[in-house]
Design a binder for this molecule. Structure first.
Ligand SMILES: Cc1cc2nc3c(=O)[nH]c(=O)nc-3n(C[C@H](O)[C@H](O)[C@H](O)COP(=O)(O)OP(=O)(O)OC[C@H]3O[C@@H](n4cnc5c(N)ncnc54)[C@H](O)[C@@H]3O)c2cc1C
Length: 404
């Protein structure tokens, strides 16, 4: 067993510095423009693909890190540059992670490259699970998948809500119910290949923040996909349904583990936004003079900054712990993945709010990026499980009881 250390390895430091350089030189200078345009920043995605920050190889290298820290480190740096552009670049990994987690090796080889497209002309992918009537309550999903024996096709019908990259994606990974009587245990995930008829995104959603990231409702009107698009394959699905129907214990542990694994990375994104705002406010407080001295010389201001930094560092330790646990197959007995996302999301909201306050009137203007960070931070208490849902997971884990 390796000696305990919080020192980053040389590879991790190199990764951090490389992603930070890209965020500082390419992402941050473009952030205000794409936020105002409310459009997907294709040129920035293309640049990310060119330098090797967008593609399966990059993700696979991060996943291979035995400490589990590479992805949170890279995420924090990229989202320090900008969360909207960051999500445009990393949003595809949601779909890729679903294929990686549920798909067979053949499916991985077939679909993952299509998620990213080519370096010269990158594509994005979407992971569509939320629905108008099924957000936090995933078991209430209404989208149906029906197998057509005659053609060996699955037919998908329903509506998905809030899909990041919905409609502009090539590959859409869509979850659907194959047996509604089984709730979330009767669901499966399907790849909808690029250009499949019947899938449409009619409304691009206008948002408080993350405006450079495309979000849309997705409609599935009798979408036919080949049998090989069912992630994991039909035999595995039928076995899983049989187990559920015969009342065997839920594989809920496995599903829960998938969420617990992805949550620290989302927490790391929130940390990037929080750190950007904290650093900006610290510099501003050293420069801004009132009453004949820099405002940071007032304890009220300095203590606020001290709290911001302490909260960010505390959240990062939770993110790193959960990432390490996930990578090293430690059981999440107290909802440690949820803890990391809960804390980091709430820290991002409170730190960006304090940063606006420390800039005074300037904080309220679009002349400074803190107003954008303040808008962007709010998503981190909402998507990938709201703060209330994270608390539910933690309280169930620590109590062993069905807290509602
Ligand atoms: C910008 C953006 C991008 C997104 N990207 C994607 C994506 O790519 N793919 C995707 O599938 N989804 C995506 N989502 C959807 C997101 O995951 C959901 O919005 C989120 O899970 C919450 O669901 P909801 O909006 O239906 O809220 P609801 O579930 O309706 O919740 C409303 C409120 O009730 C609370 N609540 C609900 N149930 C309980 C309970 N049992 N106990 C206590 N409180 C409760 C919630 O915490 C919340 O405060 C995205 C959303 C946004 C805004």
């Amino acid at each position: 067993m390796a000696e305990f250390s919080l020192d980053l390895t040389e590879e991790q430091r190199d990764l951090r510095d490389w992603v930070h350089g890209f965020a500082a030189e390419v992402v941050r200078p473009a952030a205000a423009e794409w936020d105002a345009r409310e459009e997907t920043p294709w040129p920035v995605i293309q640049e990310a693909a060119k330098v090797g920050l967008y593609g399966f190889e990059f993700l696979a290298t991060c996943w291979a890190d035995p400490t589990g820290l590479s992805l949170p480190i890279a995420s924090e740096e990229l989202f320090w540059g900008d969360a909207g552009i960051g999500l445009s670049i990393f949003g595809t990994s949601l779909a890729v992670a679903a294929i990686y987690g549920a798909g067979t090796p053949d499916q991985l080889v077939e679909w993952v490259p299509q998620c990213f497209g080519d370096v010269g002309s990158p594509a994005v992918a979407a992971f569509c699970t939320s629905e108008p009537e099924a957000g936090s309550d995933v078991g209430a999903m209404r989208t149906r998948a029906v197998y057509d024996e005659a053609t060996d096709e699955w037919v998908l019908t329903g509506q998905k809500a809030y899909a990041t990259n919905g409609g502009i994606a090539g590959v859409h990974v869509v979850t659907a119910s194959v047996d509604p009587t089984l709730g979330s245990r009767g669901q499966a995930a399907f790849v909808v290949p690029p250009g499949t008829p019947g899938l449409a995104a009619t409304r691009k959603l206008r948002k408080l923040g993350l405006r450079a990231s495309h979000t849309a409702d997705v409609f599935l009107d009798g979408v036919r996909v080949p049998g090989r698009c069912l992630l994991g394959g039909r035999d595995a699905l039928l076995q899983r349904l049989d187990r559920a129907r015969s009342g065997q214990r839920a594989t809920g542990q496995a599903a829960m583990r998938t969420f617990e694994l992805s949550r620290p990375t989302v927490g790391a994104q929130a940390l990037g936004v929080a750190r950007a705002a904290y650093e900006y406010a610290l510099d501003y407080a050293k420069d801004r003079v009132q009453f004949g001295r820099p405002i940071i010389e007032n304890q009220a201001v300095a203590f606020a900054l001290a709290d911001m930094r302490t909260e960010i560092d505390a959240a990062r330790l939770l993110v790193w712990r959960a990432s390490w646990m996930g990578r090293n197959n430690r059981p999440f007995t107290a909802g440690e993945g949820s803890m990391s996302k809960l804390k980091a999301g709430e820290v991002a909201v409170s730190v960006t709010e304090k940063a606006v306050q420390l800039l005074g009137g300037a904080g309220f203007l679009r002349d400074h990026p803190v107003e954008r960070w303040y808008r962007d931070a709010k998503i981190y208490t909402i998507f990938e499980g709201t703060s209330e849902i994270q608390r539910l997971v933690i309280s169930r884990a620590i109590s062993g009881m069905q807290i509602r």
